[in-house]
Structure formats: C-alpha cells, structure tokens
Design a binder for this molecule. Structure first.
Ligand code: NDP
Ligand code: MG
Length: 387
C-alpha cells in the first residue's frame, strides 16, 4: 500500500475482549496505526501494562479510586493520566486523534461517541448499545459532521463489505446470521434450568460476559437488528435473522435484482476490527484461512422466537421506535447484570425486558435528555421488578 501517515487511535475499553484484540491488530501493523488514548473502567493493572507497551499520549481510568495507582505506575512515562467518566468525552476530542474505537460495553458508550462525532472523528463502532439507545440521534449527528461510522460487529462488517461498490443500488433485504448460542434447540422447560456457567460458554466466540449472555438469550441478535437498521438505513421489515450455527457466513445482503452477496471467514473478531481500522484498505495478515473442502457443511435454520423472546421483543421495540429501543437496552443491561449476580433466572431476563417495554412512557422523537431520562427510569423500574 502507499505510505499514508499512521492512523492515530483512541481506544475506549482497551482492557476488554474487543479492546485487547484491537491492540493485537495495532501491534501487528505498527506502520499503519498508533495508539493515542487507552481507557478502562476498573482494570488498572492491565491498563498500566498496555500503556507501557503502546506509549499512548493519554489514558483514562474511569473508576476514580484507581487514579493514584495508575498515575504512580506511569509517573516516569510521558503519558497523561485522567480519571472519571467525563474524561472519556474529552480525550476523544484531542486534536491528535483520527479514529475512535468504541470497545466499551453498554450505555456508557453513548456520551463519548457523541463527543467524538461532534469533534469530527471517525468512529469504529463495536459498542452496538450506542446505536440501539439513540440510533436516530447518532446517525443524524454523524451526517451533520460528515463522520464515518465503521462497524466492528462481525455481522455489520460483513454487510458493510458486501455493500462496497453498491452505493446506488438499494438494499432489498439484509440477512443477519446468528450462531444460535449455547442453547440452540432448547425448550423453555430446558431454559428454566440453565446455569450462569452454561450461559457463559459460547460455542464459537470468546467475548466479554455481557455480550456472551446476550448471545445466549438472542438479545445480541435483537440489538444487532436495531444496529443494522441505523447503520444501513433499512426498515425492520427488511431485516431477517437466520441461524447459522457454524458462524462462517457473517451476514448477507440481497439486492433488488434478487442477487445475494455474503461475506465469509473463520469466526475471529480480529478480521472485522482490522477492516474497520484500515478502511478502505485491506491489510495483509496471517490469520488462519477458511477452507471449504475441509469444513463440514454449512447449515441454516429459522430462529425460535417463542423460546428466545428477546429477539421478538427487540423487533417490537424497533417497530414502535422512539425511546423504546432505549428501554429495551436499559432493561436488558440491568437484567443481565442481575443474572450474572445470581439474582435473576435466565428466563427472567426477557420477562424483565418485556415488562419494562410495557411500563415506560413512550416518547416519539426523543432528544438526548429524553434518552438519559428513559435509561435512568428504566433501570429503576427493572430493579424494582427483580427485587
Ligand atoms: P468486555 O466486557 O470484554 O470489555 C469492556 C471494556 O469496557 C473494558 O475495557 C471495560 O473496562 C470497559 N468498561 C466497562 N464498563 C464501562 C463503563 N461503564 N465505562 C467505561 N468503560 C467501561 O466487552 P467486549 O469487549 O466483549 O464488548 C465491548 C463492546 O463490543 C460491547 O458493546 C459488545 O456488544 C461489542 N462487541 C463485542 C464482541 C466481542 O467479540 N467481544 C463482538 C461484537 C461486538 P474494565 O476492563 O476495567 O472492566
Ligand atoms: Mg455480532
């Protein structure tokens, strides 16, 4: 490739699953990428280790109690150390940042993503919750500031890759593939018995705890349906979910002539991460290659939305629009956290989400304050339901 200057990256959530894999991609391509900012919530030791290796301009530890630990450990390095949630919004706006990778989990991604877009930074978006909560606001803001939102989520990266060169060709349908998670084929009676340890075992992907539970309940696919609606400007009726247990076809696009394009590869998040970082280029790498002849058959089935209610609830929230996807997300975040704390059953997760969707006030065209308020009120409601 041509010798373009290095892309300077602010990586929010560098200590997580996507964060660490993003640093692997950066480390493998030092001629293309440079780390400007690293951030973590609580993982001070890992953040310090990363900072010493990648020598960013600044780091943020969101948990202020860990500030002194990080500050002292990096005292001999020319690295600025900040603490607290607000700092995330400032570091993404630093002059020296070209691209912000949002690899933090949950609603916490919303405000720093807004700040980054307002500063005109390109976004490599892993944090799907941001688009679920406030897709209309985020995409509008991105248009105003002429900012690219590059998907990191593997399904959306697949669709994005299928759309290359198709700018004037409308999408007829998006087919989002889903592995089906660890409980594919189970009945509701089976699910009433499942444990946290079983839910945390994903068949194809190794990921953070929250998204792993979301994958087991199919809420992850529901969130991805909403994410796709905003990234690709399609309606709910144009999005179909297809269970494909091998996770080789990462998603498909059908055009108006009936032609379908798909993107394939072994399940490895480093590929979509690298694509988003290097876009519009493809960088050579040595990741293991998929071999059709040596692979068992690729299979497909319809998702079971009677058993996995969350997927149906996400479609419902998307169709109702307004602040309903924000309610869905907040209720789910609380329910998943309580499930991980052994205070809610697996089936209880979708019950909490469904009840919150029925109880929170509907706002048709929410402003940022309405999303903030909806998130807060939903969390209160969800916790009351679980208590
Ligand atoms: P992890 O839980 O592994 O990592 C989350 C990261 O965000 C950590 O660095 C964590 O810090 C930080 N963090 C957590 N809470 C907060 C907060 N409230 N404020 C600021 N920082 C916070 O998550 P994943 O890497 O699995 O997922 C990250 C995002 O990417 C999610 O939105 C997920 O849906 C999406 N995604 C993930 C995929 C995967 O393969 N993992 C695939 C596709 C999408 P600390 O280490 O200190 O806790
Ligand atoms: Mg995905």
């Amino acid at each position: 490739m041509t010798s373009s200057p290095k892309k300077r990256i602010a990586l929010l959530g560098s200590t997580g699953s996507i964060g660490r894999q993003t640093l692997d991609v950066v480390a493998a391509n030092p001629e293309h990428f440079e780390v400007e900012v690293l951030t973590a919530q609580n993982s001070a030791e890992e953040l310090i280790r990363q900072a010493k290796q990648f020598k960013p301009n600044a780091v943020v530890i969101v948990n202020e109690e860990q500030y002194t630990t990080v500050k002292q450990a990096l005292a001999n390095e020319p690295i600025k150390v900040f603490a607290g949630e607000q700092a995330l919004g400032s570091v993404v706006q630093m002059e020296s940042v070209d691209l912000v990778v949002t690899a933090l989990v949950g609603y916490a991604g919303l405000k720093p993503t807004i700040k980054a877009i307002e500063a005109g930074k390109s976004i490599a978006l892993a944090n799907k919750e941001t688009l679920v909560v406030a897709g209309a606001l985020i995409t509008q803001l991105a248009r105003e500031h002429r900012v690219n939102i590059l998907p990191v989520d593997s399904e959306h990266s697949a669709i994005f890759q299928c759309l290359a060169g198709e700018i004037h060709n409308p999408i007829e349908k998006i087919i989002l593939t889903a592995s089906g998670g660890p409980f594919r084929g189970k009945t509701r009676a089976d699910l009433a018995q499942v444990t946290k340890a079983q839910a945390l075992k994903h068949p194809n992907w190794s990921m953070g705890a929250k998204i792993t539970i979301d994958s087991a309940t199919l809420m992850n696919k529901g969130l991805e349906v909403i994410e796709a609606r905003w990234l690709f400007g399609v309606q709910a009726a144009q999005i179909e979910v297809l269970v494909h247990p091998q996770s080789i076809i990462h998603s498909l696009v059908q055009f108006e002539d009936g032609s379908i394009k798909a993107q394939l590869g072994l399940p490895d998040m480093k590929l979509p991460i690298q694509y988003a970082l290097a876009y519009p280029q493809r960088l050579k790498n040595s990741f293991p290659r998929f071999d059709f002849a040596r692979y068992p058959s690729l299979t497909f089935e319809k998702p079971d939305t009677e058993t996995f209610r969350n997927l149906a609830l996400a479609f419902e929230a998307l169709e109702r629009g307004g602040n309903m996807p924000c309610v869905l997300n907040a209720a789910n975040e609380v329910a998943v956290a309580e499930f991980l704390n052994d205070r809610l059953s697996f089936l209880g997760i979708s019950e909490v989400v469904e009840q919150c969707l029925g109880k929170l006030d509907y706002i048709r065209e929410p402003a940022l304050e309405d999303y903030v308020e909806t998130d807060k009120m939903t969390r209160i409601r969800a916790k009351e339901l679980i208590r």
